[in-house]
Design a binder for this molecule. Structure first.
Ligand code: AVJ
Length: 323
């Protein structure tokens, strides 16, 4: 039995990560509705494929949110006091952050939280060369668990930044819990800028997750390749197909991997049976109206303030403040 802190100390990019993946896979495949957690999409191949998704003509969220940030960056920045700190949850390459940082010459520090040490290192290098006086503080960690901010910045005013509609991967109940965690971390007087994909025509949504070039299909199927490699699986990738559907009741896109035939698959020495048409549910991507998201934010103790959207109401960026 490991000391609880040992997991924290050893976690990133280490044996315990493989462990966590294996446990999640065996658990998910043992359920009546087979499921795999979407956070495991992002191995190095998966991250490449996601980058490719963001450039697809059908995938509107990334370019729409980027345009909203470019249009309204000065307004978003005007709530950050001189010497205040910007805290980004799941910062990755910090590309979108750069848009805000251009409007924040007197920022007291930028705390970038991400699980990938290499992404953090690359982002820091790029940001420091563009903003030589910026104090960049990489923190390795998973944004979904409370992370400790650098102690010397604890007393500063904090603005959180959570773009990308990553929050859409969570159920509304889990999104509410995460917003509460963020509020505690950013308090007192904290503020949050969060990107949220909007409800829209179901056909447009489905096309964004089922592109004609098949990149999203490859992204979804890559999860099976990862299981084969890292957990000792026997998945035949040709025996499954990608599916994206809009579930109007829950207001979410669901991605599934559909078994093309009756088959048995071995994973880590265990056997899993698939019927023809049976699916593995691999991702939810919830879509909100502005009001629905504000209700979730209020239930988490935030006060909704400004909302920015594009002219076609495809995507929204919310400002949440502490009353
Ligand atoms: C990174 C969670 C915002 O839900 O749109 C893109 C992931 N999955 N295409 C999304 C994703 C399939 C994406 N997020």
């Amino acid at each position: 039995m490991l000391h609880p802190n040992a997991r924290e100390l050893l976690s990133e990019r280490f044996a315990l990560d493989d462990d966590e993946f294996a446990i999640a896979v065996l658990d998910g495949l043992s359920r009546p509705q087979k499921t795999l957690p979407c956070r495991f999409f992002y191995d190095s191949r998966g991250s490449e494929l996601f980058e490719e998704i963001t450039r697809l003509p059908e995938y509107y969220p990334t370019r729409t949110e980027t345009a909203i940030l470019e249009t309204h960056a000065a307004e978003m920045a005007d709530g950050v006091p001189d010497g205040g700190v910007l805290v980004e949850f799941g910062s990755g390459s910090s590309i979108k952050t750069e848009i805000l940082l251009g409007e924040l010459p007197r920022l007291g520090g930028y705390v970038a939280i991400d699980v990938s040490q290499s992404a953090l290192g690359g982002a820091k290098q790029r940001l420091v060369s563009r903003f030589p006086t910026l104090d960049v503080r990489p923190v390795i960690g998973d944004f979904s668990h409370p992370v400790a901010l650098p102690a010397d910045l604890a007393g500063r005013h904090k603005t959180g930044f959570f773009p990308g509609s990553t929050i859409g991967n969570l159920t509304p109940a889990a999104a509410q819990r995460l917003l509460r965690v963020f509020r505690a971390l950013l308090s007192p007087g904290g503020r949050l800028i969060v990107g949220v994909d909007l409800k829209k025509d179901a056909r447009k949504l489905v096309l964004a997750y089922n592109d004609s070039a098949g990149v999203t299909a490859a992204f979804n199927l890559n999860l099976l390749a990862r299981i084969n490699r890292e957990v000792g699986g026997s998945f035949d990738l040709d025996a499954f197909r990608h599916e994206a559907i809009y579930n109007p009741r829950d207001g979410r896109i669901e991605m599934h991997l559909v078994s093309r035939r009756d088959q048995d698959v071995a994973v880590a020495g265990r056997r899993f049976r698939f019927r023809t048409g049976e699916t593995i549910h691999t991702e939810n991507s919830y879509k909100y109206s502005v009001r629905q998201f504000q209700d979730v934010a209020r239930a988490a103790g935030w006060t909704p303030a400004r909302v920015w959207a594009d002219a076609n109401d495809l995507f929204s960026v919310h400002e949440l403040i502490t009353r």
